[in-house]
Design a protein around this ligand. Structure first.
Ligand code: NAP
Length: 250
C-alpha cells in the first residue's frame, strides 16, 4: 500500500441510484470524495444525488450501464477513464436478486444472474485497472451477501453468484497486492427495494431471526463499505466484513 491519501479521492459506486449504493455514494461524498454515481434504469434518482456531492469544487457525475452487457460495461469504464486520470475507490455494489426455485430456473436465467452479479464486476475491474494502478493506494470493495455463506431457499443462482464474488475478491486481493486492497462486505437483510416483495409476515419472520431485532438500514452497510475504502483499513485485504445484526455468527 502507498501512503495514506492526502489529495482528492475519486470513487465509482455501481448501483448508486438506490439502496445501499445510494447511501454509499452519499457517505463517500460527505467524507470528501468525488463520486461517479452509476445507475442502470434509474437515471433521475442518480442525478438527484449530484447537488449534495458537488460541494467544495468537486465534479461528481452520473454514468449509466447494464452490467450484464459486456459492451455497456466497457463503455462505462471508458466514460470513467475519460473523466478521471486515476481511480481510488471502486465499489461493486450493483446487483439483482431474481427469486426463482432451482427446479424452475432456466440456464439462461442462471447465466443472466452471473452476468449481472459477477461478470460485470470482473470486466469492470479489469477495464479500470490502469486507473486503479495510478492511484497508488486504491481500494476495491465488493458487496456480496450473507446468502453466499448460508445459501438461499429460492435463489441458488444468486447465492452462487455472490459466493463467486468471494473467490474473485480473495484472488484479486492476492494478485493486486500491495498497491490495491480488495475486500468484501456481506450484508444480511437490508431495507431496500430488493426486499420489497416481502409480505408483512415474511418481514416479521426475518426480524425475529435477527439477534439485533431489526432489518439493517442501507446506511449501516454503507458505513462498512466506507470503512474498507478508507485509510483506516490500510492493513485489510481479502477479508469479508459481515453486516448482518448477528443473523449468522462465525
Ligand atoms: N437488501 C438486502 O437485503 C441485501 C442483502 C445482501 C446483499 N445485498 C446486495 O447489496 C447490493 C445493493 O442492493 P440493494 O439492496 O441496495 O438493492 P437495490 O436498492 O435494488 O439496488 C440495486 C442497484 O443495482 C443496480 N442494478 C441492478 N441490476 C443492474 C444491472 N443489470 N446493471 C447495472 N446495475 C444494476 C440498480 O440500478 P437501477 O435501479 O438504476 O436499475 C440499483 O442501483 C446488491 O449487490 C445486493 O445483491 C442486498
Amino acid at each position: 500500500m502507498g501512503p495514506p491519501r492526502s489529495g482528492l479521492v475519486r470513487a465509482l459506486v455501481t448501483g448508486a441510484s438506490s439502496g445501499i449504493g445510494r447511501e454509499t455514494a452519499k457517505l463517500l461524498g460527505a467524507q470528501g470524495a468525488e463520486v461517479a454515481v452509476h445507475f442502470h434504469t434509474h437515471r433521475a434518482e442518480a442525478e438527484a444525488l449530484l447537488p449534495e456531492l458537488r460541494t467544495g469544487g468537486r465534479d461528481p457525475f452520473v454514468v449509466g450501464g447494464d452490467l450484464s452487457d459486456r459492451e455497456q460495461v466497457l463503455a462505462l469504464a471508458a466514460a470513467v477513464s475519460g473523466r478521471w486520470p486515476e481511480l481510488d475507490v471502486l465499489v461493486h455494489n450493483a446487483g439483482s436478486y431474481p427469486r426463482r426455485m432451482f427446479r424452475e430456473l432456466t440456464d439462461d436465467e442462471f447465466e443472466a444472474c452471473f452476468r449481472t452479479n459477477v461478470y460485470g464486476a470482473a470486466t469492470l475491474t479489469r477495464a479500470l485497472l490502469p486507473l486503479l494502478d495510478r492511484s497508488g493506494s486504491a481500494r476495491i470493495v465488493f458487496v456480496s451477501s450473507i446468502l453466499a455463506f448460508t445459501g438461499s431457499r429460492h435463489g441458488a443462482h444468486y447465492a452462487a453468484a455472490k459466493a463467486a464474488l468471494l473467490g474473485l475478491a480473495r484472488s484479486l486481493a492476492r494478485e493486486l497486492a500491495p498497491r490495491i486492497t480488495v475486500n468484501v462486505v456481506a450484508p444480511g437483510c437490508v431495507d431496500t427495494d430488493i426486499l420489497s416483495d416481502d409480505s408483512p409476515e415474511v418481514r416479521a419472520e426475518r426480524e425475529r431471526a435477527i439477534p439485533l431485532g431489526r432489518i439493517a438500514r442501507p446506511r449501516e452497510v454503507a458505513e462498512a463499505v466506507a470503512f474498507l475504502a478508507s485509510p483506516s483499513a490500510s492493513y485489510l485485504t481479502g477479508t469479508t466484513l459481515h453486516v448482518n445484526g448477528g443473523l449468522r455468527l462465525e
